[in-house]
Design a protein around this ligand. Structure first.
Ligand code: C2E
Ligand code: MG
Ligand code: MG
Ligand code: MG
Length: 283
């Protein structure tokens, strides 16, 4: 009897695996087509200097415009990573975003570009060359580009990740740790890495003023970050109280729906033209 049950279980498991494999193939085909048909768009979310309200950079965030609806990155990035399609997709994002930010800079707007890196993108052959070529082709100075990685990528150091990022940093490119505080990297470990910036994860920022421990942790990260000579960015600012506390803590930069939502390139265009009055009003 036990044997029968076990057999059935195996069958169910196999059917499930089959469905999974089919689904993955479907997603792979969909993504491939999306790439060919240029169904991806980039939104840009402003990052502001909390002392001056000046927009210092925009973070490029990819969306899949699938049959008229915007699919958020969380719903396709894993599949893109698994199938390897993340490599050509990331290359497209890199070229597109560098070009757009270079255009804004040409209107004498001193802004930078923040770009999220994927694991597979870094380990792919020619990663360093691809980034330097995009900078050269767009005319974007290396110092205007910040590459965002998560702690895990530096700790695991797959395919000489740290070495490659160090190489880029020697060219002048900046390096940021995204979602800081959620991984395993200690600040002591960070000191040995070529890092310029940490982005405090929204899970800390969300508790500002509401949760004593999270408020204290945020304050500590800001202070230690600054003591280590790093730029500290707070992510996920949604309430005025969070902004106030972060300013009081001396946090360098902020990003979040309260400051500005991710927007299309045209939105950034008009943000530039309206002289950022909407952002100044949040002061
Ligand atoms: P991330 O790099 O930490 O990006 C910040 C995410 O928080 C974005 O979600 C942004 O829209 C969202 N966000 C910003 N302000 C607020 C806020 O005030 N409240 C809340 N609740 N959310 C806020 P998004 O665009 O859905 O991206 C999710 C993640 O997908 C990113 O997290 C990043 O890890 C990844 N990602 C996005 N674009 C790319 C890309 O071009 N390449 C790679 N490799 N990963 C990307
Ligand atoms: Mg990011
Ligand atoms: Mg983040
Ligand atoms: Mg993230």
């Amino acid at each position: 009897r036990a044997k029968g049950l076990g057999g059935r279980r195996v069958e169910v498991f196999a059917a499930h695996m089959h469905a999974d494999a089919v689904r993955r193939l479907e997603i792979a085909a969909d993504l491939q087509r999306a790439l060919l048909e240029k169904q991806f768009v980039i939104e840009y979310q402003p990052i502001v200097d909390l002392a001056t309200n000046r927009v210092t950079a925009v973070e490029a965030l990819v969306r899949w415009c699938r049959g008229g609806t915007f699919v958020p990155p969380e719903q396709f990035l894993d599949a893109a990573e698994e199938t390897g399609l993340i490599v050509p997709l990331s290359e497209w994002i890199l070229t597109e975003a560098c070009g757009e930010v270079a255009t804004w800079r040409a209107s004498s707007w001193d802004i930078g570009l923040a770009l999220n890196l994927s694991k597979r993108q870094i380990t792919a052959p020619g990663f360093v060359e691809t980034i330097s070529a995009a900078l050269a082709d767009s005319g974007l100075p290396p110092s205007a580009l910040t590459l965002e990685v998560i702690e895990e990528m530096l700790v695991e150091d797959a395919g000489d990740t740290v070495e490659k990022l160090s190489e880029l940093r020697e060219l002048g490119v900046r390096l940021a740790i995204d979602d800081f505080g959620t991984g395993y990297a200690s600040l002591a470990f960070l000191r040995q890495l070529p890092v310029d910036m940490i982005k405090i994860d929204p899970s800390f920022v969300s508790g500002l003023g509401l949760d004593e421990t999270l408020t204290l942790l945020t304050r500590t990260i800001v202070r230690l970050g600054h003591d280590l000579g790093l730029t500290v960015v707070a992510e996920g600012i949604e309430r005025p109280e969070q902004l106030e506390l972060l300013r009081e803590m001396g946090c360098s930069r902020g990003q979040g729906y309260l400051v500005a939502r991710p927007m299309g390139a045209q939105g950034v265009d008009s943000l530039m033209r309206t002289n950022l009055t909407s952002l100044q009003n949040t002061a």
